[in-house]
Write a protein that binds this ligand. Structure first.
Ligand code: GLN
Length: 221
């Protein structure tokens, strides 16, 4: 399995690079050999990846990354996009107070929020089949178009900025505001992405410490 970590030099501000390591580790528990491939923003995007990862970023880095990705088709791929990475998959977003055209993978728009949304976040995700916890830190407020499914409903925090829902799911493209890294905090989400990548259900792996940590965080706020 090829896990593609995109533009970590730009999209690495919030530690989301750890999502790749969690996927590789849990793939290994399933007997699946994997490699994590780091792609710089000056490199061509590989088209043979099994899972593509986008992380959070400062505004200027977010614009550079978005422009470098223009023309790459994410729509039929397994994608996890966090925060800035999530925002650039929409139709438009703001960076440095300026509106930018996004990659148009998810029908949504991100506008400046009334304040910056910073803190612990917990959502209930039917898509993953679990409550998910993380940490959010963003200025953008994301408005999903009618019919776009969120990743989950907000229990604590602001999520897309309205305090009602977080993220979006379109096919195998998953967006969220949860840092953590989100897959380290929520192993069920990592396993869902692995299942989407291999195309069939996988047996639940035995990683008791990861499960214990996830449950502890879910109960802590
Ligand atoms: N720069 C974007 C914002 O502030 C995304 C921030 C992030 O990725 N954490 O909304």
């Amino acid at each position: 399995m090829k896990i593609v970590r995109i533009h970590n030099e730009l999209l690495g501000t919030y530690g989301d690079r750890g999502n790749a390591d969690v996927l590789a580790y849990r793939a290994g528990l399933n007997g699946i050999t994997s490699t994590v491939v780091d792609v710089s923003y000056r490199d061509a995007m590989p088209t043979d990846g099994d899972i593509y990862l986008l992380g959070g970023a400062e505004d200027a880095a977010q614009v550079l990354s978005c422009e470098a990705l223009r023309g790459f088709d994410f729509s039929d791929r397994v994608v996890l996009a966090v925060c800035a990475g999530f925002q650039i998959l929409g139709n438009s977003y703001y960076a440095g107070g300026v509106k930018h055209v996004g990659l148009g993978v998810i029908d949504m728009e991100t506008v400046p929020g009334t304040s910056r949304f910073v803190g612990d976040i917990k959502i209930s995700s039917d898509v993953v089949g679990a409550d998910l916890t993380g940490f959010e830190n963003h200025g953008g407020k994301t408005n999903l178009a009618d019919g776009i499914t969120p990743l989950g409903g907000v229990i604590t925090g602001m999520g897309n900025g309205g305090g009602d829902v977080d993220g979006a799911v379109v096919g195998n493209v998953f967006g969220t505001y949860l840092h953590g890294p989100v897959l380290a905090r929520n192993p069920e989400f990592a396993d869902l992405l692995l299942e989407r990548a291999v195309g069939h259900p996988l047996p639940r792996v035995n990683d008791a410490l990861a499960d214990e940590y996830a449950q502890w965080r879910r109960a802590s706020f």
